[in-house]
Write a protein that binds this ligand. Sequence first.
Ligand code: SF4
Length: 249
Amino acid sequence: MAGVNPERRRVKSANRNVRGQSSVDDLTLRGAVTGLASLYAVRGQLSDPLALIVWENIGYLIDDERRSALFEEFVDRVGLQPARIVHAPVPVLTDIARRGGMSPQTRVERLRLIGALAIAECDGDLAGRLGCLPLAKARTLLRKFPAIGDPGADKILLFAGIAVLPALDSNGLRAMVRMGFCAEEKSYAQTYKAAITVLAKDGETDAAWLKRAYVILREHGKTLCKRAAPICEPCPLDRQCAHRMVAKL
Ligand code: SF4
């Protein structure tokens, strides 16, 4: 069960004695996503599982613009067919990988592994295989690919149209914790589980909304609700967010 965010509890307690002050109770998850929607464009997203896995592995700690450029170059020079990935010339993979952040050689190996796994596990048709498997087995298959854990598997299952389930990246997760929708637990995995439980319970149940929530919360975490320190003044949730209200107490 999702824990109660301690900041939210503090603000609620303080608000009992302060008339007229905005309350964290005023902020709903749907309201937060709607409030943030005007700030961030929801562009077209990849929907092919193999493309999503390559996207994840094409760079390390690089911004979306650079990741997008490298991904497009990979599609042009190599392609997204597993056999072409496996047999891609190493100098081509290395040339792309070295512009994707640290440890390029590891990325070259991972890219080739993606192609090899897609052939070995599903005869080159990852999307088709995922669509035939029960959800737990589809998740297990995705987790065999490099850099894909439970959060990555959730994202792929949602964006590929295989399952309607909530997903978050680390930026969206941080924003949800700060807003007070869930507590920061002892591990990332526990916090993630708490957050997607809230998304499933308090969000909307259609895939379009869950994708929009993923993108908007992620953009918010990257743009204003930043890891090092949030930029709260221009945030539309400034008067309702638990983190912000604790700072004002
Ligand atoms: S008010 Fe600040 S901490 Fe709260 S969601 Fe906005 S940017 Fe994040």
